[in-house]
Ligand binder design. Sequence first.
Ligand code: NAP
Length: 256
Amino acid sequence: MGRFDGRIAVITGAARGIGFGTATRFAEEGASVAIVDLDESAAGDAAARLPLADGVRAIGVGANVSDEASVDAAFERIVAEFGGVHVLVNNAGITRDNLLFKMTGEDWDLVMGVHLKGAFLMTRAAQKHFVEQKYGKVVNISSTSALGNRGQANYSAAKMGVQGLTRTLGIELGPFGINVNAVAPGFIATEMTDATAARLKMDVEEFRALNAEHNPVRRVGEPADIAAAVTFLASDEASYITGQTLYVDGGVSLGV
Ligand code: NAP
């Protein structure tokens, strides 16, 4: 018996990385899963790789979370395929890092659009169904960068914005049986951090080792570390927790 038997989970940006790790954990625990990602075929391939329980399905849906029409169409399709939705994980993300004096308006808008507007649009589309059924779980992915990170004014502002959105929706949606929480990862080994290594002209393993050295638990995170926290917050065990942000970062945000 899995914690998510009979549940339908929608996870954005889940064709790879943290999103795929999280989709895998939901599938292992009995959920049907909709993987939403920019590229429909990558989303479909990822869905086909999930370890599904008997009698459940996974689909891949191509959508841009920062585009209202695309989000609404994706939700309609998911609800038509599965007959409903119980869990939404707002995970899709991009970086466009630069120091302020070099950051373009486009870099600002793109990052705000995917992380912050994307979480708003997806949650607004989900809440119609959640409110009707008086049940729903939203988990937003923030970041330790919300606390401030050189070269990430856009990303940091978006990720702290996600925490404000989480608190406010916790207040608004709590009376309807809906929990809204966030997970703020520290360094997680994915293509996103590999791309940062490449930008800094560092070897990927060397970059990971450097980050592990400065982490209280002396390792970098894996997508499974985030999946464990997300699935806890999306489970019924966490029904008295809402509006919160859980830092899953090996203690790096403790600032020691
Ligand atoms: P990743 O490997 O780069 O994966 C992100 C996924 O999101 C990609 O499949 C990407 O698709 C998709 N995506 C981008 N823009 C999208 C859009 N507009 N609509 C739908 N999908 C979109 O990143 P990750 O490391 O797994 O990160 C996942 C989340 O965790 C992000 O929100 C990130 O900010 C956050 N996070 C990551 C870390 C870390 O250390 N890795 C730390 C803190 C927070 P394409 O490949 O087609 O662009």
